[in-house]
Design a protein around this ligand. Structure first.
Ligand SMILES: *Cc1c(COP(=O)(O)O)cnc(C)c1O
Length: 376
């Protein structure tokens, strides 16, 4: 009987070199901007020019599509370039429904760039399915889901929201950056599109920017191919190579990071100076049961905490840890903390006493001890 390879196997197999007639085990970085044409006018391996396609990009697109259980995948030079491609695929006058605590740069992109193209949006609490349904307008063409959300760690019911969207012929896109395909496959839950900032867990080492869109629909895929190649926000071969390398250890890292995050969340929840821990793996999380159903193995490696402290004290705490660097971003092997409100700026709805934590692969006892000392 033929069985389908499991995630860890796919992650290795899907990133192997497919092109070279030199049988190297590790894939070279193809630093060529252009490719030779044959005398009959054809090209080998569909390789013409590196913006259109390059071997390293082919590998990560193939691999990410496999891992997300999707048919087509398009790599971009950053997560925001992938998000922009989705907005570029809409028509002027279209309406979008966004989660009220969506990754704040996406809201900014719509306001500062796409609003002049007459794309409008409404923010809604995605945990409230009735509210999602009643926000739909005749011109709504996209419902955006981010689960877990940033930085409140809200969990949205991807299957239910996809069904609501499909009843009205609306596309449901899921930003799966925080969950990764190790923990969650939105396409299998009914979503039409998955977006990743591959800067985060795919890269995994805080040394590369990237983004990706995965989808199944062939017609939509043609449109995305045009947007990708003609708009030109494509990743370099070296960026793709780094992401392919990251993919090979994605499963190990995310599993370990999620295991550490649960233990840290449990510790912090028991601490008298902590008012609240937002982590879907805790029984106290309002959507814990949904999270249990929707996640595959573990609840992710991101958490936010509310400290019994003023904004200034909270900020100071975020700079005093030894093993958590104070920096934005997430998903790398090293732990990071961030006072989120002061990063998001004036119109941020994030509580002033919130610290967002990206848990790395360090030893959990050291990580807990670090917080113990700082919270004394
Ligand atoms: C980081 C991030 C993005 C943007 O990705 P970049 O690679 O920084 O452009 C989008 N969505 C989420 C959830 C993110 O964490």
């Amino acid at each position: 009987m033929k069985t389908k390879p499991k995630f860890e196997t796919l992650a290795i197999k899907s990133t192997e070199n497919q092109m070279s007639n030199i049988e190297s085990v590790s894939t070279p970085i193809y630093l060529s901007s252009t490719y030779k044409r044959n005398s009959d006018g054809t090209y080998n391996n569909d390789l013409i020019y590196s913006r259109n396609e390059n071997p390293n990009r082919k590998i990560i697109e193939y691999s990410i599509a496999q891992l997300e259980r999707g048919k087509h995948s398009f790599a971009f030079s950053s997560g925001m370039a992938a998000v922009s491609a989705i907005f570029q695929s809409l028509k002027t006058g279209d309406h979008i429904i966004l989660p009220d605590d969506i990754y704040f740069t996406i809201k900014k992109l719509l306001r500062e760039v796409f609003e002049q193209w007459n794309l409008t949006y409404d923010l809604v609490d995605m945990c409230d399915l009735k509210a999602v349904e009643s926000t739909i307008k005749p011109n709504t063409s996209l419902i955006w889901v981010e689960s877990p959300s940033n930085p409140q760690l809200k969990i949205s019911d991807i299957k239910a929201i996809s069904e609501i969207a499909h009843k009205k012929n609306i596309v449901c896109a899921v930003d799966n950056t925080w969950a990764t395909p190790v923990l969650q496959n939105p396409l299998e839950l009914g979503a039409d599109m998955v977006i990743h900032s591959t800067t985060k867990y795919f890269g995994g080492h805080s040394d590369v920017l990237g983004g990706c869109v995965v989808l199944n629909d062939d017609k939509l895929a043609e449109k995305f191919k045009s947007i990708q190649v003609l708009s030109g926000a494509v990743p370099s071969p070296f960026d793709c190579w780094l992401i392919a390398r990251g993919i090979q250890t994605l499963h190990l890292r995310v599993s370990k990071q999620a295991e550490n995050a649960l233990k840290l969340a449990q510790y912090l929840e028991s601490h008298p100076k902590i008012k609240k821990v937002l982590y879907p793996g805790l029984v106290s999380h309002p959507q814990h049961l949904l999270a249990k159903k929707q996640f595959n193995n573990g609840f992710g490696a991101m958490l936010s905490i509310l400290i019994k402290a003023t904004e200034k004290e909270t900020f100071n705490i975020s700079t005093k840890l030894k093993y958590f660097a104070t920096a934005t971003s997430l998903g790398g092997v090293e732990s990071l903390v961030e006072h989120r409100k002061s990063v998001e700026g004036m119109d941020s709805l994030t509580p002033e006493n919130l610290i967002r934590i990206s848990v790395g692969i360090e030893n959990i006892d050291d990580l807990i001890q670090d917080w113990k000392l700082v919270l004394q």
